[in-house]
Write a protein that binds this ligand. Structure first.
Ligand code: UT7
Length: 323
């Protein structure tokens, strides 16, 4: 028998305010046409001024718990992937823990920027496999609108706010690829590339700072590294792109999503795409896409799903699971 981390529920939350590309045309030298054709983004959601990341995270968590038919007191660990926490500390995860009325277990944040959810999922898997936890909520939640430089057309049109969550539960499998749950993970980072995507503020500067990105450079790394990590994770299982029912990629740019799928030999009919509606929501983009993919009938129980992401650090990775 092999202990597996199996998905029991998924959910998401998007703030009410929807901002179309055309709204940027008044204040920036940009066009709806440029944003659509270069990134695939058509609109994004922005949180209300008084709405912190923990609020988005809690709402997504409640949706995932409802979907799982569970309540907060049945969860024994919460991992929140975020780079935009409410406060320097305590963690967003402990705020969610209190909101859900969960008095036992433990909660913490992980920060691997756009790859944060993949890192969170791999850590949740390790906690379950080791016997440290039975039921883990893994949440990706971001308010990137708070770290945008609204005068930088190369970045501020690309990002959005939102949150998504998964409930994982320990279950026994037979150790084969036909088990439900997380089957393989692959995590990577390379701090030599930290200057191509970063925030120019933080505690040591006593400012919040703004996101800075050399888009072309990040793009250059993205397709190659995403295809490589997916190949590595699938390779651990003796699988290839041909065995994949759904790729659920980080939603940064439709051209990166298409390029990665092509390199993996997977047709776009097997890729969940939400970038047009959400923009780049960093650590929230994969759980948002998983939730949308399940809600619209794409992802079904038993499907082989590959999630893959890259972001600041650089940090990148992938997880293969059977839904
Ligand atoms: O989630 C973390 C990972 N992040 C990513 O994966 C993002 C990766 N990068 C990208 O998605 C793309 O590089 C961008 C969408 C950011 C940019 O697309 P690009 O095709 O690489 O464009 P570019 O940066 O090479 O810019 C082309 C031109 C430039 O003008 P010049 O220098 O050729 O005259 C830019 O100044 O487009 C200009 N430009 C814009 N024009 C209109 C940049 N931003 C805009 C804009 N509207 N918003």
């Amino acid at each position: 028998m092999t202990r597996r981390a199996v998905v029991r529920g998924v959910g998401h939350y998007l703030p009410d305010r929807i901002v179309a590309n055309s709204e940027f045309e008044a204040s920036l030298d940009t066009t709806d046409e440029w944003i659509r054709s270069r990134s695939g983004i058509e609109r994004r959601h922005f949180a209300a001024e008084d709405q912190p990341t923990s609020d988005l995270a809690t709402r997504a968590a409640r949706a995932a718990l409802d979907n799982a038919g569970m309540t907060g007191d049945q969860i024994d660990a919460i991992i929140v992937a975020t780079s935009t926490p409410d406060l320097t500390f305590p963690s967003v995860a402990t705020m969610v823990q209190a909101e859900l009325g969960m008095t036992g277990g433990f909660a913490f944040d992980v920060q691997a920027v756009c790859a944060g959810f993949v890192f969170g999922l791999a850590n949740a898997n390790a906690l379950i496999i080791s016997g440290q936890a039975e039921r883990v909520l893994v949440i990706g939640a971001e308010t990137f609108s708070r770290i945008m430089d609204w005068s930088d057309r190369g970045t501020c049109v690309l990002f959005g706010d939102g949150a998504g969550a998964l409930v994982l539960e320990a279950a026994e499998g037979d150790g084969s690829n036909s088990d439900r749950g997380i089957l393989a993970t692959d995590l990577n980072s390379d701090g030599r590339h930290r200057d191509i995507l970063y925030v120019d503020g933080g505690v040591s500067t006593q400012t919040t700072g703004h996101l800075r990105m050399q888009g072309k450079e990040v793009f250059r790394h993205a397709i190659e590294k995403l295809a490589a990590t997916a190949h590595t994770a699938l390779g651990k299982l003796g699988m290839t792109g041909a065995d994949v029912d759904w790729i659920v990629p980080h939603q940064a740019n439709i051209r990166i999503i298409q390029g990665t799928a092509k390199k993996m030999g997977v047709s776009m009919d097997h890729v969940v795409v939400t970038v047009q509606d959400h923009g780049n929501t960093s650590a929230a983009s994969i759980p948002l896409a998983l939730s949308v993919g399940v809600a619209n009938g794409q992802i079904k129980q038993g499907d082989v799903v590959v999630v893959e992401a890259i972001g600041g650090g650089l940090a990148w990775g992938s997880v293969v699971l059977r839904w």
